[in-house]
Write a protein of this length. Structure first.
Length: 57
């Protein structure tokens, strides 16, 4: 059950990063460094979620 809770937590953080990326892209002057950092963090979370799902089954 702890694994499922961790997956949910990471999913929430993943969604928050998705919103932050969308917000950054909506600005007229996109900060490329910030955008790249947000995308990298989002990818790491996705990889962690996938790894946890693989071990949970």
């Amino acid at each position: 059950m702890a694994v499922e809770a961790r997956i949910r937590e990471l999913g929430t953080r993943h969604q928050s990063l998705e919103k932050a990326i969308h917000d950054e892209l909506s600005h007229p002057a996109v900060n490329d460094v910030k955008l790249k950092d947000l995308k990298r963090k989002k990818l790491r979370l996705k990889e962690q979620i996938e790894a946890l799902r693989a071990t949970a089954h």
